[in-house]
Design a protein. Sequence first.
Length: 392
Amino acid sequence: MKTVYVLFGITFVNFSSIAMIRLTIPLLLTHVNAPLAYIGAAMAAHSIAIALSSVPLGWASDRLGREKLFFIGAVLMILASILFIGLNDPFLMLGPLLLLGIGWGAFEPAIQALVGDIARPGEMGRSMGTFSAMLQAGSSFGPVLAGVLITVFGFQSPFVVSPILFALAVILVRLAFRQRMGGKPSVEKIAVTESFKAIVSSRFVLMGWVATIFSFTIIGGFEIFFPVYANHIGLEPWLIGLLFGVQTFIGMLARIPVGTILDKIRDKVYMMVAGLAVNATMVAIIPFFTQPLILLLIMAVMISSRAMTNIGGMTMVALGTASKERGLAVGLTTTFRHGGLTIGPSIFGVAASATGLATGFLALSVVALPGSALMIALGRYKAGLSKLRQRD
């Protein structure tokens, strides 16, 4: 575990900067009077850029090495941040926003794949749990930093600070690779079709993908529409923000122990299914409560159970792949994650438009049924760790 600590620092720094920009952009677009429809479309385009770029760039990290993709991602995100400086035209902001998404698509698969490259199989859950905790910490710290910078120095200041943070991440990457922390280019020149065939032949990977898309479908619908529900029952905006902030903090604390437990149990699929089921149950009961403390308790259980499914999915993808194809597998995982975040709000919106918000929450929870069934079906044919392909 000691050799991966620097990677966790890289994750925290990079995701702090990404989260800072992602909060600043909608606020800046609102400040320059961009239409709400355009703001939604622009942020959706950003997510699509991440989803589409993650697969080819994840595969590139298998062929060229993780360090080169870190560098490419950092350069793209630094360039995007600089291009935002001085912009007041909403339509001109779309280009840097897409560039930021592509940079993210280079960074995330490479860093997650590298954690899988260097973590021992018996510590994979703990390693992925810590990686996810640092991601959450950065995603929480970034918006706070953005709020302070905007309040004190104005809307342009986060775009000045973010290149510095991305550059710091590059320095940490250099330190990481000086320790020879893996992620070297594959000696074998394997076509992407061969890598893909190797990946989909692993039921561990398939279980990880199923866990990811179904879990993030529920997450996507909840995170978009819970604020709508909270506003509907009369909660103040500051209280809604506080509920999400406390939930994120609890989720960060839960990830490392959840990962440690995953390492200790043999049938990981049942823990992943249990997490998905509990998360869905909590979503379904939300419309029956209006008290903030009870809603916070529900959200705390949700974020903890969510960690069981998401960390389990990341662990299964890492255990089911060799280094020479892991970047491609993680790139596809990133695509499924953002696909779920897109599908969830659509399911909720269609259901809620018919008979109300309660129906939307119920429809979202039903997503767990096919997800659980698929994971259990794949788990019945799982191989033990001794039967996994030899890790390189």
